[in-house]
Ligand binder design. Sequence first.
Ligand code: DAH
Length: 347
Amino acid sequence: MPASTLQSLLPETLAKIEKISDLKTLENLEVEVLGRKGKLTDMLRGIKDLSDDKKKTFGQEANKIKLELESAFAQKRDKLEKKALSEKLKTEIFDITEPGIKPEVGHVHPLSKVQWEVENIFSQMGFAIMDGPEIESEYFNFEGLNIPAHHPARDMQDTFFIDKEHDPKFGKLVLRTHTSPVQVRTMQKYGAPLRIIVPGRVFRYEATDASHDTTFDQVEGLLIDKNISLAHLKGVLEELLTRLFRQKVVVRFRPGYFPFVEPGLEVDFSCLLCEGKGCRVCKHSGWMEFMGAGMVHENVLKSGGIDPKEYQGWAFGFGLTRLVLMRYGIDDIRLLKSSDPRFLEQF
Ligand code: DAH
């Protein structure tokens, strides 16, 4: 009768489980007893011939046995697995002196590296680091900087225009051609006195070659206070370059023209290679061209809402990208934004 077999199934199986010492045999027994074609399923098939009363007790009994067996199998499996693992650890040789697999770690791009260094040096001289939009209005990129529409000075910087509606008061939208627009934005926001640098990406409509790219990085500087002269600018720049290149660097000023400064300057620094004696790199002049600068034009101060009678200051703008090329001796500007690992892995 199924009922008596059902009763003996539990002790019988438990006794077998007890004796088993490997996982494979345990698995076979589990299939034999609890599997789809196993003994217990087989017995349950006979249930249909029983009276309703007996059906109920038989069903309950079978379910109880099933649960008990499942738990017995699980416990035994757990025990055998643990035993197998501890045996494996006993025999396996584990050499703790063997070098591990080195995970690949990325590193900072040379452009960011130099940018961070520049930011550090200026921070220590009390300059705040500012940011501005890369999509700029014509007003901030030009008019606010004393470059009126149709003025020939606009031709100094060719622009990408953005084809999108924009508040006509501020002109069309352009990809900023320099970081100078942040001068006016910051003056309007914070007023004087002011001491800032603005590292950032700029864009020019330009044919690319080894020394020109349509996208490059600049650093703008602006200092506004009372009784400020170009002597302060010279001091700040020599400090910057001497620390950046870890050698004594001297700066010289030449007259230059930029609409947003008066007087305007071109700034050179002593050649790093020959220290001013003259060599191939500096074309035998002893000097490297560095940047534009000057005393902030009063129209620009006015755009920024600052009274030129009370405050004055200087501004400068240099190519961070060019500085990186010089610092690492890179001979093609296009490599910097190429994302080519053969180039990047050298830094
Ligand atoms: N914005 C100029 C350029 O991109 C560089 C420059 C020159 C910035 C003179 C200045 C400055 O702040 O005073 O060519």
